[in-house]
Design a binder for this molecule. Sequence first.
Ligand code: HEC
Ligand code: HEC
Length: 235
Amino acid sequence: MGSRVRTGVLIAVVACAALISTGSLGQSQPQSQPQSQAAGHPPDEPKPLVGDPVHGKAISYTCLGCHGVPGYRNAYPNYSVPKLEGQHPEYLVIALQAYRAGDRSHITMHAQASSLSDQDMTDIAAYFAGEPIKPRSSAAAPQAAAVCVACHGQDGVGITPQYPSLAGQHEDYLERALHEYRKGGRKNPIMATFAGQLKEDVKADDVRLLARYYSQQRPGLKTEERPSTVLTAHQ
Ligand code: HEC
Ligand code: HEC
């Protein structure tokens, strides 16, 4: 790795530290200690929510019409519905909050998230994520990923629960997401910066290259086929 790479990683780490400390990443980290709660939290410190996957299942059957069907696609524009199984549940909540707030422009997901409370989102995230995938040590990421690996790992497993895992995700969805950060359809300040710096022309298409690289990493995210009617929700 050259010094340019090291500088890039350093910038990445500094940028994310700054964003965490200003709260741009959404919730504070869940570091609940039952003892300190019993002793009384300061009133301004939000209590971390604990996900209940059974309740999550009961209220998410509408989601399954898209997220419980392997290979399901968004119609206009045409790209794959993202895989959620194996994702960090903390990240799934942040993503849902972004759709609810309009920081991600997808209209259907905005409608879906609008009626959900933070507790509902935490419960649904616990149900969908299941067991989050674990990093492998031995992937060799391409040069274009030198900056990305500081947060998304060499093999596409997010290094903190707030950073999405990309491993095994649909290639066309990853490309779509990167374009949305570049064009402003997604307003996350971290990713606007990093996606904005990618080369995308006939000679070097880093967006496509990185989407392909991360989509091919294993272990990867999955879409588990799940029944999707109100009748199956409580089974
Ligand atoms: C009509 C199909 C459809 C339904 C129903 C639907 N989704 Fe989605 N969902 C999508 C698509 C398409 C995207 C990608 C949107 C984008 O490009 O940002 C998405 C994105 C997401 C993401 C972001 C994933 C990531 O990696 O950032 C989460 C989380 C999510 N949906 C959860 C849900 C939940 C929970 C429900 C039910 C309350 C639901 N979805 C209902 C199609 C759907
Ligand atoms: C400083 C940490 C950091 C760096 C560096 C970084 N990312 Fe991200 N990335 C994030 C965070 C945080 C999110 C979630 C943003 C949001 O809430 O929309 C994200 C989201 C994404 C997503 C969307 C995932 C999904 O499921 O919707 C993709 C794709 C992505 N990053 C790719 C990259 C690539 C490629 C690079 C390198 C060019 C990169 N990231 C660099 C932190 C980072």
